[in-house]
Design a protein around this ligand. Structure first.
Ligand code: IPM
Ligand code: MG
Length: 356
């Protein structure tokens, strides 16, 4: 098969980690007889510098015309003081919206080889943990009505959280479908004791849950969830939640793995064209120094093969090569302990390529 992949390398370490992941993609292609054709498009800070806008129309069109998108990272201090609509982050939000990517899958699991990097007490993570955060990605307060106005106490600003039944149903289905491929447990997170949008969320999730009698479903309030993630993370299998709660809780769940440089993500919609990216940022402090950990981006490619192209054996092989490299003691700076040999980005990539 031939696949067309749009590369949005972005800023900071984006270009180096995307290049590493493309090497892995090409090696897998050769081994299994697929052709992966890649074309790079600018977005984020580099696009602001080149064209004056974070998400040029040609980038949107290029991504829409591709079979999937691989994104590095966008943003950096250079563009931090620009107004909201011109910030690099706008490129991410804009691409998600333009491609209709309403489901965000963010797995977070404890790698046995890196257990010592986990910031939680050993007795808490004794059983390990392996959860899938399913975050709604194109609705809620990040896309709701917003503005400035004169309020009771003078000038004020507002953002609106609104969810339709349709939006909740489709993200709930994505979560239940994901749970069927895992341990068949969904915890839906909301703030139904306060928010009307959360009450509709809860009601709707329960209705969808009835279509999946083989999957366990329960609710948890978001403040409690923040606490439970550090108290007993192994209780979670699939977590489904709104855009903002998912943004916050997925950072927390990634942090408790102790290896944020390892975590991939997938953004999916109604078609098979998805966007795949590491969950870490652009790390401007180490950009261009060949120090970045390419694993999260390499695992994002594995997710692309799995979710967009249904190439399970190929995805398994990449994930196994990464596991093997970690088990063999390969470490980039972010996951190295004292005394470990520290590999560069290209050396780590080579170690993984050698195991495919
Ligand atoms: C993320 C990021 C983005 C988000 C920002 C950069 C717009 O934090 O992917 O989690 O909030 O979705
Ligand atoms: Mg975030």
């Amino acid at each position: 098969m031939r696949y067309q992949i749009a590369l949005v390398k972005g800023d900071g370490i984006g270009p180096e980690i995307v290049d590493s992941a493309v090497e892995v993609l090409e090696k897998i292609g050769k081994k299994y007889g697929h052709e992966f054709c890649t074309v790079a498009y600018p977005a984020g800070g580099c696009a602001i510098d080149a064209t004056g806008e974070p998400l040029p129309a040609s980038t949107i069109e290029g991504c829409q015309a591709s079979d999937s998108v691989l994104l590095g990272a966008v943003g950096g201090p250079k563009w931090d003081s620009l107004p909201g609509h011109l910030r690099p982050e706008k490129a991410l939000l804009g691409l998600r919206k333009a491609l209709g990517l309403y489901t965000n899958l963010r797995p977070a699991k404890l790698y046995p080889a890196l257990k010592s990097a986990c910031p939680l007490r050993p007795d808490i993570v004794e059983k390990g943990f392996d959860l899938m955060m399913v975050r709604e990605l194109t609705g809620g307060i990040y896309f709701g009505e917003r503005g400035r106005r004169e309020g009771k106490y003078g000038p004020e600003a507002y953002d609106t959280e609104a969810y339709s039944v349709m939006e909740i149903e489709r993200i709930a289905r994505a979560a239940f479908d994901a749970a069927r491929k895992r341990r068949r447990n969904v915890i839906s997170i909301d703030k139904a004791n306060v928010l009307e949008s959360s009450r509709l969320w809860r009601e709707t999730v329960h209705r969808v849950a009835a279509e999946y009698p083989d999957v366990q479903c329960s609710d948890m309030l978001v403040d409690n969830a923040a606490m439970q993630l550090v108290r007993n993370p192994s209780q979670f299998d699939v977590v489904v939640t709104s855009n903002m709660f998912g943004d916050i809780l997925s950072d927390e769940s990634s942090q408790i793995t102790g290896s944020i440089g390892l975590l991939p993500s997938a953004s999916l919609g109604a078609t098979t064209c998805g966007m795949y990216e590491p969950i870490h940022g652009s790390a401007p402090d180490i950009a261009g120094q060949n120090k970045a950990n390419p694993i999260a981006t390499i695992l994002s490619v594995a997710m692309m093969l799995r979710y967009s192209f249904d190439l399970q054996a190929e995805a398994d092989e990449i994930e196994k090569a990464v596991d093997d490299a970690l088990n063999a003691g390969c470490r980039t700076a972010d996951i190295a302990k004292e005394g470990d040999t520290v590999l560069t980005c290209s050396e780590m990539t080579r170690e993984i390529l050698n195991r495919i």
